[in-house]
Ligand binder design. Sequence first.
Ligand code: SAM
Length: 304
Amino acid sequence: VVSAIAQKTREEAMTDVARPGDSDLARLWNGPAGRAWVDAEALIGQLFKPVEDLLVAAVAGEGSMPGHVLDVGCGTGGTTLALARRLGAAGRATGIDISAPMIAAARARAGREGVAAEFICANAQDHVFAPAVFDRIFSRFGVMFFEDFVRAFANLRHAAKEGARFTFIAWRSAVENAFMTTAERAAAPLLPSLPARRDNAAGQFAFADRQRVAAILAESGWTGIEIRPVDIPCTFPATALVGYFTRLGPVGVALLDVNEQKRTEIIATVRAAFDPFVADGAVRFTAACWRVDARAGAAPRQGS
Ligand SMILES: C[S@@+](CC[C@H](N)C(=O)[O-])C[C@H]1O[C@@H](n2cnc3c(N)ncnc32)[C@H](O)[C@@H]1O
């Protein structure tokens, strides 16, 4: 599969919507990663639907009065819109994301589907939210990419009403999520410049260490912290597998730099490595995640 993004060089792609002062991660989400997620919107929606269902039930389940809800790192808005649909006129859903192409896709989708939701294109770490406006904050895999986690989570705390619940799903370790690293492990001998995963660095597995997550939340003003392992079965059609690993993740980005012959070789190698996850026309794996719940503690007093 030759995706549209593969037709650009990596350098062109990285500078697509870059702004002065953007971090590498911001540039990535505004460049190749952002466009890959937009391209793969339908697949991602299907793949992570069980995670969306879990969050929507947690945030807007029976008996809850969620009010104004913020979806952090909302991407193309699937979870924000699912929540807005569930809340109806009883609530209000806002999504925030640093990626301009993803927010554009989210707004277009809201218009297409006739769902009322607001989308902010900004870095959630530094965005100047009005104080104490959100009754709930949630995220599906959108809070592991900050440059300064304490600053980001304190900023979200400032935007939350006192006592507001923050619920997010984040990945446990790479070791527990072999599916997620299959492509890079298989491609590594053919792509020596593939960036190595660094423990605790901002990125997909930044929150693998439960104690670290608890410490970040506590330091940034969240209380009542509960971190529970959840194993979430995920599936998508086997016909979408090559499109999945050639677009998303570090291999998707690295493939932007290789010639057609090398690309064909890498695709064959990586596709074979996914065999253990494929049966009866479907790809199946378990997402090993943390479900994290916390409450906004008392606001710090002025001057303290
Ligand atoms: C793994 S994707 C998840 C997207 C979406 N929550 C979903 O589940 O489909 C991570 C998202 O976080 C966003 N993101 C990364 N850093 C961010 C930041 N500092 N502020 C806001 N959004 C950010 C990315 O642009 C991306 O959309």
